[in-house]
Structures are given as C-alpha cells and as structure tokens.
Design a protein around this ligand. Structure first.
Ligand SMILES: Nc1nc2c(ncn2[C@@H]2O[C@H](COP(=O)(O)OP(=O)(O)OP(=O)(O)O)[C@@H](O)[C@H]2O)c(=O)[nH]1
Ligand SMILES: [Mg+2]
Length: 376
C-alpha cells in the first residue's frame, strides 16, 4: 500500500504551573517563599527519516501529542520539561495547515529536524515574586497552554528524473532495466498504480533517482484514468523524460497530449528540462512509419538498445543543472522570504565595517560615562 496524503492532529504540551509554597522549618518558621517553576511543555517535532518511503505509518496513528510539563514544587524544585513528540516522515514531505492550506514545513534533507509547534511555557513559582516589599507572595503563574492543530502531510517524492508517458509506453520496463527496482510490468494499461523509484548509476560513484509514475491519458486533468494525482511526484524532478511508444497508433498526438496535461497541472512543470525518448525501437522505427517527429533518443527498454546512451544523456543534463543551481534551501523561511534587490553600493565590506566600528565610538558611550561620574 502506498499513501502519499494524510491528515493528522498534533498538539504540543501545556506548560506546568508554578508552585506556591512557603518554607517552614525548625527554627525557621518564616522561611520565605520556595515554590519552584513549572516545566515547559514538549514540542511537536518533525524529522526526515530516509528509511521511510511513504506515509503508510500514518494510516493507523493520526494523533500526536507532546507531553505536558510537570508543575513546580516546594524547595525550589522545578517541574520536569514535557517530552517532545517526534514525528518521522519520508524525505519530500510537505506539511500544510489543514484549514487554509498554508505551507508550514518542507522536509527534504536527510536528518532534517524542524519544530512545528512549541510547547507552552512553564509557570513561575512564588519564589520568583519575592521582593523587599512583598516578602510572602502567595501567588504563582500558571503554565502556558500548548497549541493544537490539524495538518496535512503530503509526500512529493524526491527524484532527479521523472518518467511521464501513456500507459503501456514501457516506463516500468525502463526503470527495471536501469535500476534494481522491480515494478510490475504487464501489457495492459495502468499496471502501475503507485509511483516507483529506482536508483540508476551513471558514472563512478554517481547515481540519480528515477521515478516511474502511473500513465497519463488524454483528459487526465478532468480525472480520466488515474488523473493528475500522481504528477505531484514529478513536481520536484530536475529532468523529465517523456517516454513515447513508437509503435503506438499516433505517437505524435501522444506527445502533444502529455505536454498539454503537464501544462494543465503546472505550466512551470511543462517547461522543465526534458528529453523526448521513443521506446520499443525493436518493434518499429519512425522512418519505417514515416513519422515526422522531433525526438532526442530512440531506445528499446526490452532489448536494452541505446539505454547506456540515455543514462549518459540524463547524467550530463543533471550535472549541468547542478552546476548552475544554488543548493536547495534548508529552511522554509528562506524559501518564502521575498527577494529584496541588493544595492551593491550600499553594501559595506566586512573589513570596512570593522574599521568604521572602531573609528567612531557609539554615540551613547560618552553619556553613560558622564552619568556614572556624576553619581560618584
Ligand atoms: N517490444 C517491446 N515491448 C516493450 C518494450 N518496453 C516495454 N514493453 C512492453 O510493453 C508493455 C507495457 O510495459 P510497462 O513497462 O508495464 O508499461 P508502463 O508504461 O509502465 O505502463 P503502465 O504502468 O500501465 O502505465 C509490457 O508488456 C512490456 O513488456 C520495448 O522496448 N519493446
Ligand atoms: Mg508501469
């Protein structure tokens, strides 16, 4: 079973209350306030776990609560902090608010950890409030409440290359030929109903991840076939491979349909760097059928013809894109921060900035010196 969308409820812990306590000891009947602070509530934390491939674990457990902080106690004892709740998700998971769809976290890097909700703060014990005029405070503050929220987890597989094609174009056959993945292959449409990912080596110590998604057909944007639902898994691919069966009734039309459907899903996706690959060259070739069609490669996934060339071409494209690309931003905040144009002239080089700082003392230094000397 493959699950790529799920709604869960999360709650961070309440803070523990502060304690009101007055010390009475032998020979010390009025020992003063000694109530300790409450502990902080636990946080709701998400972590990327590369050992997970989909959101299946969330089918059974959909509610996650962090522990509440413990209240403070007498003798200035602080309450224990509530334990965080750690939610492990596969790489590529996005977390959105269920009520308005706002993107809160984008978890992509292995081991990445992000706090979604902080726990409530701990209350202050009465010992905090003692003062010369208030020597017996009989009050403490309560702990802050935790937060709860419903969030949607959505997995968008992180693959470098996405295979898009009609059913039966041979996408799964190609993935099986290039990688160790073993997707189901058969000569009926929609054999593949969930995405598969395989790792394809393309040079020494180098490889890329390739995703095979269920086939697209004309009208997929209206929900025909399996619709557009799996296109989200090629959204993050750097390179797309349009795989077209050269022996199909009308390969030219198929390619047009694929492009149209992708553009209907996301115009940006349709403009992604792509290769047009014709498959099943063992059955026929374009010139035999007098097909007028632009394509990049003609391969046969079944016999393995020109597959090495295909892998090399993809490898080169990826290398080129990587060289141009900035590293993927780690935190969402850097993704959504609007781009402010930088005025080169206003920028001060760090070395110059240092000089400036030492050249003129901050304006309030003199003032404070004067005030201090007056007091004396
Ligand atoms: N002759 C020939 N047959 C092929 C080739 N590649 C795939 N096939 C056959 O085409 C049929 C469909 O292949 P699949 O790999 O299941 O196609 P798919 O694109 O994954 O199809 P869906 O999962 O249904 O979208 C199978 O019977 C394959 O054996 C090829 O290069 N040559
Ligand atoms: Mg398939």
């Amino acid at each position: 079973m493959f699950i790529d969308q799920v709604r869960i409820a999360v709650r961070s812990g309440n803070g523990g209350d502060g304690c009101v306590s007055l010390f009475h000891g032998k020979y010390q009947p009025k020992g003063g306030p000694d109530g300790g602070d409450g502990g902080r509530g636990g946080d709701v934390v998400f972590e990327v776990d590369t050992g997970r491939m989909n959101l299946l674990d969330f089918k059974w457990s959909r509610s996650f609560e962090a522990e509440d902080g413990r209240p403070g106690a007498s003798s200035l004892r602080k309450g224990r902090r509530g334990k965080d709740v750690l939610i492990r998700v596969p790489p590529g998971t996005q977390i959105r608010r269920a009520d308005n769809g706002e993107l809160l976290l984008d978890l992509v890097e292995p081991g990445q950890r992000e706090v979604l909700l902080n726990g409530g703060h701990g209350g202050k014990g009465n010992a905090r409030f003692k003062s010369p005029t208030q020597q017996t405070p009989r009050y403490a503050t309560p702990g802050g409440a935790g937060w709860d929220m419903e969030v949607d987890l959505e997995l968008k597989i992180l693959a470098d290359v996405g295979l898009v094609g009609f059913p039966n174009a041979g996408k799964s056959t190609l993935l099986a030929a290039l990688s160790a993945a073993r997707p189901k292959i058969a000569d009926y449409p929609f054999t593949t109903i969930v995405p598969n990912v395989g790792i394809v080596p393309y040079a020494e110590f180098k490889s890329f991840a390739m995703a095979d998604i269920p086939g697209l057909i004309e009208g997929a944007h209206e929900g025909r076939g399996l619709g557009h639902q799996f296109l989200r898994h090629v959204e993050r691919c750097r390179v797309l491979v349009y795989l077209v069966d050269v022996s199909a009734d009308d390969p030219v039309h198929q390619l047009e349909v694929l492009r149209f459907e992708l553009a209907r899903y996301s115009p940006e996706l349709a403009k992604r760097p792509a290769l047009i690959v014709l498959n099943k060259s063992d059955v026929t070739i374009p010139s035999k059928r007098k097909l007028k069609m632009d394509y990049d490669l003609l391969v046969s996934a079944a016999t393995g013809k020109h597959l090495k060339l295909l892998v090399r071409r993809i490898g080169e494209m990826l290398e080129e894109l990587r060289a141009r690309e900035l590293p993927r931003p780690r935190r969402l905040s850097s993704l959504i921060r609007p781009e402010v144009p930088v005025d080169e002239e206003e920028l001060i080089h760090p070395d110059e900035a240092k000089d400036e700082r030492w050249a003129t003392p901050p304006p309030d230094v003199d003032d404070s010196v004067r005030r201090r000397s007056k007091r004396r």
